[in-house]
Write a protein that binds this ligand. Structure first.
Ligand code: FE2
Ligand code: FE2
Length: 370
C-alpha cells in the first residue's frame, strides 16, 4: 500500500512529460498525476513528445506505445540517445508485448499495463521518484566532491608557490651572507646561478635538473663561511698550510648541507664538495677523475673558472671575455684545459656569448640585496 501523503511530499519538485494519444486516458492520468507533481507537460505523439523533451530537462517521461506519427518505442530510443539515464515509464496494452523486449534493451525498465491499475501505477511512480532522488543526490555529491578537489588543488599549488619562493629567498639570503664575508667576490656566486643552468640546458639535462642547479650553484662556496678571516681575506698569496685550510671549504660546505632529504639540497651538497675536482684527477678534496665527478660538480667547475678569470682580485687583474674563453680552451700557467670535461668545454664554447651577457648584466651588488 502506497503512502499517498508521503508520495505527494517527495514528488512535488519533480517534472513529468506525459505522452499519450488517447484523450480520455490522458485527461484521467493528468488529473491523477497533478495531485503529486508540480509540472506535467503533455504531448499527443512521439514527435511532439520528443520536441518538448529537447526543450526541457524532465525528470520523468511517461509514454504510451501505439501513437500516430512517431510511436513510443521510437521516441524512447531518441530520448535515450540524448540522455542514457532518463527514467521512462511505458504504459502498454497486452497486445503490444512484442515491443517490450526492444524497450528493455533500450534501458526502459518500468512498465504499466492498460487498463491502468492506479495502485500499481502509484507503486511504479514511488519507485521512479526514489531513483530520481537518488540520482540527484549522487550528482550533488559528485559536484561537491569535484568542487572540493578543485579548491584543495588550488590551495596546494598556492602553497607550493610559497614554498618555492621561500626557499629561493632563503638561498639568496644565504648567498648574501657568504658574499658579505668574502667581499672581494662581489656577485660571483649569483652569476653561477645563471651560468650553470644555461650550460646544463645546452648539454640537454632535464628541466628539473636545470632548475635544481640554478638553485644550488650559488651556494658552491658556502663552506667559506667556516674559513677564518685571516686566510679568507688575506690579500697576499697563501702559504701551503693556509692553502690546505682554504681547500677545506669544500668539505665544510658539504657538512653544512649533509643529510637533507631534499633533492635540491642534496645537489647543493654534491656541488659544494666536488666543484674543485678536476677531470684529469688533479683536483681536491678527493682527486676524483672523469665521470667519477658528478655532472653538477663538473658544470659548476667550468662556470666557476670562467667567472673567476673575469674577476679582478688583489692578486690578479680582470680578464676580458675573449681572454677568459681562450684560457679555458687553451690553458695558461694556472689553468689547464684537461681540468674540465671536454664535452662541457665544447658546450661552453657554443654558448660563450651567454656567459659574457650574464657577467655583463650582473655587476651591481646593491640591487641584489633583498
Ligand atoms: Fe670553491
Ligand atoms: Fe666560486
Amino acid at each position: 500500500m502506497i503512502d499517498v501523503k508521503y508520495l505527494k511530499e517527495i514528488a512535488k519538485d519533480i517534472s513529468v512529460l506525459y505522452v499519450e494519444d488517447e484523450k480520455e486516458l490522458m485527461e484521467n492520468m493528468v488529473r491523477l498525476l497533478s495531485n503529486f507533481f508540480a509540472r506535467i507537460d503533455t504531448a499527443e505523439n512521439g514527435i511532439e513528445g520528443l520536441s518538448k523533451y529537447q526543450d526541457y530537462n524532465y525528470d520523468l517521461v511517461i509514454t504510451d506505445i501505439n501513437m500516430p506519427i512517431m510511436n513510443g518505442v521510437k521516441m524512447a530510443r531518441e530520448i535515450k540517445a540524448i540522455n542514457r539515464k532518463q527514467l521512462i515509464i511505458v504504459i502498454s496494452a497486452h497486445d503490444e508485448a512484442t515491443y517490450l523486449l526492444e524497450l528493455i534493451n533500450l534501458g526502459v525498465d518500468s512498465f504499466v499495463l492498460k487498463p491502468v491499475d492506479v495502485e500499481l501505477l502509484l507503486d511504479m511512480l514511488d519507485k521512479s521518484i526514489k531513483l530520481i532522488k537518488y540520482a540527484r543526490r549522487e550528482e550533488e555529491y559528485t559536484r561537491t566532491l569535484e568542487a572540493t578537489v578543485e579548491k584543495r588543488t588550488e590551495q596546494l599549488s598556492q602553497a607550493l608557490v610559497i614554498v618555492e619562493e621561500l626557499s629561493t629567498e632563503l638561498v639568496q639570503r644565504l648567498t648574501n651572507a657568504a658574499e658579505l664575508r668574502d667581499s672581494d667576490t662581489g656577485l660571483h656566486n649569483r652569476r653561477l646561478g645563471f651560468y650553470a643552468p644555461a650550460l646544463a640546458k645546452e648539454i640537454g639535462m632535464p628541466q628539473d635538473f636545470i632548475e635544481a642547479i640554478a638553485f644550488a650553484a650559488p651556494l658552491h662556496d658556502i663552506g667559506k663561511i667556516g674559513i677564518v678571516d685571516s686566510i679568507l681575506l688575506k690579500p697576499g698569496p697563501l702559504t701551503r698550510e693556509e692553502e690546505e685550510i682554504m681547500k677545506s671549504h669544500t668539505m665544510i660546505g658539504a657538512n653544512i648541507l649533509a643529510g637533507s632529504h631534499h633533492a635540491r639540497i642534496q645537489m647543493t651538497e654534491t656541488i659544494a664538495l666536488t666543484h674543485h675536482e678536476k677531470w684529469d684527477g688533479s683536483g681536491y678534496p678527493r682527486g676524483l677523475k672523469g665521470e667519477e665527478i658528478p655532472i653538477e660538480g663538473r658544470i659548476v667547475s667550468v662556470c666557476d673558472h670562467y667567472d673567476a678569470l673575469r674577476m679582478r682580485r688583489p692578486y690578479k687583474r680582470a680578464l676580458s671575455h675573449h681572454q677568459a674563453v681562450d684560457i679555458l680552451l687553451n690553458g695558461d700557467e694556472r689553468t689547464t684545459p684537461s681540468a674540465f670535461d671536454p664535452k662541457l668545454l665544447e658546450a661552453f664554447l657554443r654558448i660563450a656569448s651567454q656567459f659574457e651577457e650574464i657577467f655583463r648584466k650582473n655587476q651591481d651588488k646593491a640591487k641584489w640585496f633583498i
